[in-house]
Design a protein around this ligand. Structure first.
Ligand code: ACO
Length: 324
């Protein structure tokens, strides 16, 4: 059976570190509140480094790890909601930056914090269908550009970052085993950002602000419940029990959400990857950035089972299981 196997990972974060203490000077907050309510200590903020550049750095590192030339790629899918331009897509800019062959397929997927797993699902289906042989899948976001730096309830949560994987069409037991993607647009007002590009023809009323707005408390509860059921769905689809999971990489939004999931699955700490203390919530960048760090730390060995689970604005949620 033809599968897409993850043959390389990469990531990129901006140089500028912004600590919780730095934010104390910006909004009415404390390091103690942010750490205890979210688990975040610091985040990276991009300065003069557009989304496509960050994405390209992550992509380049993944290609190097996979020992795949950009000339051999035939598909680029980027999950992002913070492209530097309305169009062209970030994927087309990455294609140009990396020198991927003209004529390849490149496009973006919009699913907020679930963007990477959505992009993986799409790329996996293209590869499995035999249409493409080598794919670069990237998750990248720069929420520092869309948060309201005067709103303490949201600006402390997010950071900028990117992660990437290379998929290769292969026969065998290793590779992506399942992807599940879902959405429920009824709750869009719980978490949204208008962005700067608004048509003057429509009255957006109270939604006029360009910044990210979130009902944190309600989103929190739905995120815990939904990520839990997404994990159950992924495990049942593959006939897996908790002990069969070698590494769970959840979307890094809040340590309390991650711990609730961990307790529900009775997973020991070593089977869970957490790096949000250093990066905050990097939206679509979060899972592939964590995956790349886990791989470079030797946390995954051949034939291990890894599970990704994401939740984000839309609402959207998604899971993927891969045999390493
Ligand atoms: N510093 C100090 N106090 C604060 C801060 C801050 N930065 N932010 C909020 N507070 C205050 C509030 O004003 C409130 O004060 P009050 O009780 O006097 O009114 C109090 O702290 C508690 O606020 P809550 O919103 O109830 O805090 P909560 O414990 O729910 O934590 C948080 C807020 C961290 C946002 C949490 O709700 C959360 O993580 N939500 C889910 C986020 C998420 O998963 N999003 C989905 C992915 S993101 C994406 O897709 C883009």
């Amino acid at each position: 059976m033809l599968r897409s196997r993850i043959v390389g990972t990469g990531s990129a974060v901006p140089k500028k570190v912004v600590t919780n203490h730095d934010l104390e000077g910006l909004v009415d907050t404390t390091d103690a509140w942010i750490t205890s309510r979210t688990g975040i200590s610091e985040r990276r903020i991009a300065v003069n480094e557009p989304c496509s550049e960050l994405a390209s750095r992550a992509g380049k590192a993944a290609l190097k790890a996979a020992d795949v030339s950009p000339k051999d790629l035939d598909l680029i899918v980027v999950g992002t909601v913070t492209p530097e331009m309305t169009f062209p897509s970030t994927a087309c800019l990455v294609q140009a930056h990396l020198g991927v062959r003209p004529g390849a397929t490149a496009f973006d997927v919009s699913a907020a914090c679930s963007g990477f797993v959505y992009a993986l699902d799409v790329a996996d289906k293209f590869v499995k269908a035999g249409a493409h042989k080598k794919a670069l899948v990237i998750g990248v976001d720069q929420f520092s550009r869309i948060v309201d730096w005067k709103d303490r309830s949201t600006c402390v949560l997010f950071g900028d970052g990117a992660g990437a994987i290379v998929l290769s069409a292969e026969k065998g037991a290793r590779g992506v085993l399942s992807c599940h993607t879902h959405s429920d647009g009824r709750h869009w007002e719980m978490l949204y950002a208008n962005g700067p590009h608004q048509s003057s023809h429509f009255d957006h009323g109270h939604h006029k602000s360009p910044y990210l707005r979130m009902h944190g408390n309600e989103t929190f509860k739905i995120a815990v419940r939904t990520m839990g059921s997404a994990i159950t769905e992924a495990m049942e689809a593959n006939g897996l029990k908790g002990e069969d999971i070698d590494l769970l990489i959840p979307h890094q939004a809040n340590l309390r959400i991650i711990n609730a999931i961990k307790d529900r699955l009775k997973l020991p700490d070593e089977k869970l990857y957490v790096n949000l203390d250093r990066y905050g919530n990097t939206s679509a960048g979060s899972i592939p950035l964590a995956l790349d760090e886990a791989v470079r730390e030797g946390r995954l060995k051949e034939n291990d089972t890894v599970l990704f689970v994401a939740f984000g604005g839309g609402f959207t949620w998604a899971s993927a299981v891969a045999r390493w």
